[in-house]
Every structure is written in structure tokens, then in C-alpha cells.
Design a protein around this ligand. Sequence first.
Ligand code: HEC
Ligand code: HEC
Length: 259
Amino acid sequence: MKQLIGWAVAVLAIMVGVGGCSFFQDPHVTKGRELFQYYCIHCHGPKGKGDGFNAKFLDPHPRDLTDSREEYIGPQTNEEIYATLSRDIVEEKDTKPEDNWVPAIMPTFKYTLSDEERWSIVAYVRTLQKNEAGKVDFSKPLSTERHAAQVTAKISLADYKPDQLKALEEKGAHLYRSKFVCSSCHAIDEKGGHVGPDLSRSGIRLNPWWVYRWIKAPQSIKRDTKMPNFGLSDDEALAITAYLSTLRSDKTIEPPTKE
Ligand code: HEC
Ligand code: HEC
């Protein structure tokens, strides 16, 4: 009997040691880690330290989720981290001071990942820093459905008079820069991030109807794209499409190096 217990202890010790404890790892944490590696590391870095390849293009910088320099994520509740991933993007002018508005340099994942996936990411983020938050509660069933946007309307910018089009382009430029901050992943004339392609030549390269459909529902065109769905309204998508159609840089663009 003694020997048997000895063996059991030895086998356990080996499993814990070899697997980095993966055998015992909560399946939600494992799933959250995978999603984090896919959707977050370009900004937050492979270990969550805020040092992804795209971080140098961003101001403010992505958060260090490990709290290695200052305590910031640790004191937050699980619900607060979930809310960061699940918010609707709003402009500062539409908020009250107590909303603690932050610019949308960090995109939302509300329309890209299911509830269960976002909570799994929270469970993983919790393993990155010291905190006293309890475990994420997965005992209640969470929705595993992703937001399924389909776009059927076929827009044409030729339907608009020059002054209407001008107003749309200006509104689109504003939404691109100040509301959705698309520049956190895309560069125009060398300014902005490099997670997605440079958009300086969108007006030459891309068909507006396709752009409209893409920005409203990227996952309906490419299922696993890293570009999040922002939950754009029809009007917002139309305005941003009009703005992108004006980008006609004649410079050749070098593809960025991702390391
Ligand atoms: C395009 C770059 C980018 C991506 C992609 C990104 N983040 Fe962020 N994140 C930021 C930036 C910049 C900040 C700091 C400014 C802010 O809070 O908006 C931030 C802040 C945060 C914060 C702290 C928010 C607060 O102030 O309380 C959390 C938590 C976070 N990100 C988690 C994630 C997770 C998880 C993912 C992937 C699902 C992710 N981020 C993807 C750029 C990004
Ligand atoms: C988290 C990063 C991220 C953010 C934020 C982001 N995109 Fe993207 N975008 C991408 C990626 C990655 C691609 C490449 C698509 C692919 O291959 O999956 C892309 C592709 C595109 C394309 C197609 C470009 C081409 O040459 O094929 C357009 C247009 C575009 N994005 C517009 C936008 C707009 C408008 C916004 C803001 C509302 C935005 N993006 C925000 C990551 C992002």
C-alpha cells in the first residue's frame, strides 16, 4: 500500500512538472490562452506585458496585463475585464464624466467573439497578474454563438451628389480617426499600426461595395480574420467607405516586417 501511494505521488509530480501543470489546467483558461495568442498578442505581447510588435505605433501603449510595473489590472473585478472586451465604442462627446471614457485604441470584441470566448479570455488574463478576484464562474451556461452579421445591401457611392459625398467623406474620416481609431491596426501615409494592411491606396485598390461589406462584417468574408467587427451602423459604414475611397496615395508601400 505504502508503495502504491509512493508511486501515485511520483506520477503526479511528473505530470505537474512535465506538463507545466497543463493536465490540470482549467479548459477555459486553455481556450482563453489560445484566443489571446490569436487576437491580442500583436498589441499586448505573447506574455501580456504590453510589448507586442504593434505596441510601438500606439499612444497610449497597450496595458501591461501582468502588472509588472504598477498595480492596475489586479484590483479590477472579472466583470470589469469582461466589460473592456465587450463594450460598444462611443465617442467622448456622448459620455458623462463618471463613465471614465477611454479612447478606443483598444478595439472591442463584443461583435467578434462569443460570450463564452470572452469569459475564457478573462479567465486566462487572471492568470497573468497577482489578484484576489475569485474564479470566473462558468457554472451557468454562456452563449457560444458569435454575432453573425451578414450584409446584403449593395451600396454605390455614385448614388450621392458631390456635396453629399463630401459630407460623408468628412464624417467617415472623423469616425475612422476619433471614434473607432482604425489607425491602431492600419497605417495611412506611414502613420498608424501594422496589424492590418496599409490603407493609403484604398481608393485605387478596393471596390467600395466590398469595403462596406468588409468593415460591417469582416467575419462574413473571412471567418477567422483578426480584424474585429466594431458593430458599425449602416450610416457609419457608408461614411467610412466614402472616406477610404478618397485615399489614393501614389507611393509604393513596403509590406511591414512583423518582427
Ligand atoms: C490594436 C491593439 C490592441 C489589441 C488587438 C488589444 N488591445 Fe487591449 N489595450 C490596447 C491599448 C492601447 C490599451 C490601453 C488603452 C485602453 O485602455 O484602451 C489596452 C488596454 C487593455 C486592458 C485594460 C483596460 C483598462 O484600462 O481597464 C485590457 C484588460 C486589455 N487591453 C485586454 C485585451 C485583450 C484580452 C485583448 C484580446 C482579446 C486585447 N486587449 C486586444 C490595445 C490593444
Ligand atoms: C485589431 C486590428 C484591426 C483593427 C482595429 C482594424 N482592422 Fe482592418 N484589418 C485588420 C486585418 C488583420 C486585416 C487583414 C484582413 C485579413 O487578412 O484577415 C484588415 C483589413 C482591412 C481592410 C482590407 C484592406 C485590404 O487591403 O485588403 C480594410 C478596408 C480595413 N481593414 C478597414 C478597417 C477599418 C475601417 C477599421 C476601423 C473601423 C479597421 N479596419 C480596424 C485588422 C484591423
